[in-house]
Design a protein around this ligand. Structure first.
Ligand code: ACO
Length: 325
């Protein structure tokens, strides 16, 4: 039976110009390139320039996605930005981007799901499109995570970086079959009991400051592998696909060892896993669309291929989206 499907029409990405290598970090905290590479797979991260905000990164990624889709802002109904590092407490970064794009119609809002922000945004956009509320949505993950980092804390400052990724999704016709193009399944989860394991230590209502990232690395690692694997198994079970049917696995780039642990647990062939963590580090909500952008730019992503997205972040929040390109 015919049904509306959410087609991923285009993707774009933007990374700030400045690159901070592990060697540079080692001049700031007691660490080394060897330690960081072995434990995380990270070699470098991008850092936003002074005066360069999350909205600037988001806007740059959005413009690329619009250009690739051969659309302009007047074609977009809604802007959703997943971010933990908004320009301001309010108004939303999405409203800033909406204005910068010259959009005087439609709606815009931010979404807070930490590293799962883009995935949550994609799932919400899918629901809006299926309901008929909106026809074409700009979903962005954008972060200036380095602004939340304590460059004296070697447990956390080695892991994160800045960047933005954007996708344009729009209504398309499907048959209600798993052979349809577009989003086929999404699964969102959270469990606030674990909120203290990965947190920023400030906020407008509590400390009136933005705080710094605090993390229990070992616990996050353990829960990360378990939760992400569970989200993947759920997506496969609910859609009837196996790992072998998936052409590309586009995961949140938390760190290389979590990616390896998950790939091993779910039985995903390494060559299907898109890995950008070495160059981007963990860019939180930007990491999934930036990885998708890398895959797109590699020229390997083909129409009708099956793509499995996953993410996990502070909250904890986590989930998966399965889509046919
Ligand atoms: N450089 C050198 N030594 C370090 C560093 C560093 N940057 N950080 C910690 N160490 C030391 C510790 O002090 C400790 O020394 P000790 O034995 O003398 O006490 C030793 O290294 C081992 O520390 P552990 O914390 O046990 O190291 P571990 O092997 O667990 O690695 C890491 C730490 C990389 C953070 C790991 O726990 C991890 O990957 N956790 C997941 C965290 C993550 O991915 N977070 C991303 C955000 S969450 C998300 O996006 C899902």
């Amino acid at each position: 039976m015919g049904m509306t499907r959410t087609i991923i029409k285009s993707v774009g990405g933007y990374l700030p110009e400045r690159i901070m290598t592990n060697d540079e970090l080692a001049t700031m905290v007691d660490t080394s390139d060897e330690w960081i590479t072995e434990r995380t797979g990270i070699k470098q991260r991008h850092v936003a320039a002074e005066g360069e905000f999350t909205s600037d990164l988001a806007l740059a990624a959005a413009k690329i996605a619009l250009q690739r889709a051969e659309l302009d802002a007047s074609d977009i109904d809604l802007v959703i930005i997943g971010t933990t590092t908004p320009d301001l407490t309010f108004p939303s970064t999405a409203c800033i981007v909406q204005a910068e794009l010259g959009m005087t119609h439609g709606a815009a809002f931010d979404l807070q799901a930490a590293c799962s922000g883009f995935l949550y945004g994609l799932a919400i956009a899918d629901s809006f499109i299926i309901s008929g509320a909106y026809k074409r949505i700009l979903v962005i993950g954008a972060e200036t995570l380095t602004r939340l980092m304590d460059f004296k804390d070697r447990n956390t400052c080695i892991l994160f970086g800045d960047g933005a990724g954007a996708a344009i999704v729009e209504a398309g016709e499907g048959q209600g079959e798993m052979s349809d193009r577009g989003v086929l399944y999404s699964h969102l989860r959270s469990d606030g009991r674990y909120r203290d394991l990965l947190t920023a230590t400030g906020g407008p209502s509590s400390t009136k400051t933005i705080g710094k990232i605090h993390m229990d690395g070992r616990e996050v690692f353990k829960h990360g592998v378990t939760n992400i694997s569970q989200a993947i198994f759920t997506a496969l079970k609910e859609t009837g696909f196996s790992c072998d049917d998936v052409d590309w696995f586009v995961p949140h780039q938390a760190n290389g060892r979590i990616l390896e642990g998950v790939a091993r647990k779910v039985g995903m062939a390494r060559e299907k896993v898109v890995v950008t963590v070495g160059q981007h580090a963990n860019t939180s909500a930007a990491s999934v669309p930036l990885a998708l952008n890398d895959l797109y730019e590699s020229g390997k992503l083909e129409r009708d291929q099956l793509v499995l997205f996953e993410a996990m972040g502070g909250g904890f929040t986590w989930g998966s989206v399965l889509a046919r390109w």
